[in-house]
Write a protein that binds this ligand. Structure first.
Ligand code: NI
Length: 398
């Protein structure tokens, strides 16, 4: 333990770097969409076999849980999670490991998360005479698609047998330079819900509006009226967003349509307020429509809850990461209105989700996630696999 193990982990991270880089290239070349991660799962299992690590496959279809026991005994169990799915984006990077599955791309760095976790697994497996307790490595499908692989795997008991006392996850961050990580204690990422409105009126000639019930006008009033949910109904210190990005009223210059549809997103940081806000959205949208002679159907699809980083655990992470990377390489993060299905774990057990710096301004590696030119400075893989192994063994010794 102590200095010796940290140096050993750093040495192994450096030693395994080329292999983990190759793993990432393979995964990047063979991206698969949410809940279709079959080849990906097979590849991960082959690697785990080659490392001599036992695992259970087929959790939530393509999910895998691997287990490594430290040789010093101990009951403590720590879980580490990587997500597996790619996005329906056509890669624009001209790299030797460009996606071979045209139209599908690891544009959110989940290839990096998997490769890194496999590197961590190999480090933990080959240092297990130096630590005690158990590490669960969770390879999780379908982060990008509702209801999210996390909730499915939790439903299938991934946090039990043995029960994990805490869970860590990481996500690539091109805004942060490789070699650094970002962390935030407490509320970190927003809950997210999809809001679908269908405003029903009565179409007709635009020159005779008095003979119609104009759903375009009704929809316009609804968009404005709904903003009072954020500005008047919400407690000012709960960050909340309600945005509509799609409004379709498919009439013509001189034709008022029968219906208008609106698609939006609601994001916030409080589960009670979230329920209350859904109710308000329904009441206001329907109330405005009815008062104008029309009607409105409201459909709200619940997405992920908000992600809360356990104060205690994230303080520990800060200490372990400072110890491993140096204090100057730890960045304090702002709140994010984006969402992550890691939030489901954070609603169950103490959780810590941190950002792995993968950008490199000098090398021009700055493209954001979910873009066709997203890529990483691969030096981040060495940081990632070693840091996660170090955090796990330090946390197990607490
Ligand atoms: Ni992602």
């Amino acid at each position: 333990m102590g200095m010796d193990l940290k140096e050993k982990i750093k040495q192994l991270a450096s030693e395994y770097f080329a292999e983990v880089q190759e793993i990432r290239h393979y995964l990047h070349q063979h991206p698969e969409l949410s809940m279709q991660e079959h080849q990906t799962a097979k590849f991960i299992m082959d690697k785990l076999d080659s490392f001599g690590i036992s695992y259970q496959p087929g959790i939530a279809k393509t999910g895998i849980v691997a287990i490594i026991h430290g040789m010093h005994g101990g009951e403590q169990v720590i879980a580490l999670r990587a997500d597996m799915d790619a996005l329906p984006i056509k890669e624009a990077n001209d790299v030797p490991y460009k996606s071979l599955n045209t139209g599908v791309m690891h544009a959110c760095g989940h290839d990096v998360h998997m490769a890194s976790l496999l590197g961590t697994a190999k480090i933990l497996q080959n240092t297990r005479e130096h630590w005690g307790g158990t590490v669960k490595l969770i390879f999780q499908p379908s982060e990008e698609s509702y209801p999210g692989g996390a909730s499915l795997m939790i439903g299938e008991g991934v946090l039990e047998n043995p029960s994990a006392a805490a869970i860590f996850g990481q996500h690539v961050a091109p805004q942060i330079e490789a070699g650094k990580v970002g962390i935030r204690s407490g509320m970190y990422m927003a809950s997210t819900d999809e809001v679908y409105l269908t405003v029903k009126g009565k179409g007709g000639h635009a020159a005779t509006p008095h003979l119609t019930i104009d759903p375009v006008l009704i929809a316009s009033h609804i968009v404005v009226a709904l903003q009072q949910i954020v500005s008047r109904n919400n407690t000012p210190w709960i960050p909340t967003v309600l945005s509509f990005g799609r409004i379709i009223g498919d009439g013509r210059m001189n034709v008022i349509p029968d219906t208008v549809t609106l698609d939006g997103t609601f994001r916030s940081f409080d589960e009670n307020w979230r329920v209350e806000a859904h109710k308000k959205i329904r009441e206001i949208a329907m109330g405005v429509a009815v008062s104008m002679g029309g009607n409105c159907e409201v459909e709200i699809k619940e997405g992920y809850p908000f992600l809360k980083n356990d104060e205690h655990l994230s303080n520990h992470f800060r200490e372990h990461a400072s110890d491993y990377l140096g204090k100057e390489n730890i960045i304090e993060l702002d709140l994010a209105m984006t969402a992550e299905d890691f939030a489901f774990y954070s609603q169950k057990i103490p959780a810590c989700f941190y950002r792995l710096g993968t950008g490199n301004k000098a090398k021009g590696i700055t493209s954001n996630v979910h873009t066709p030119t997203f890529n990483i400075d691969e030096k981040a893989l060495e940081t990632a696999m070693g840091l996660m192994a170090w955090v796990a063994v330090r946390e197990l010794s607490n």
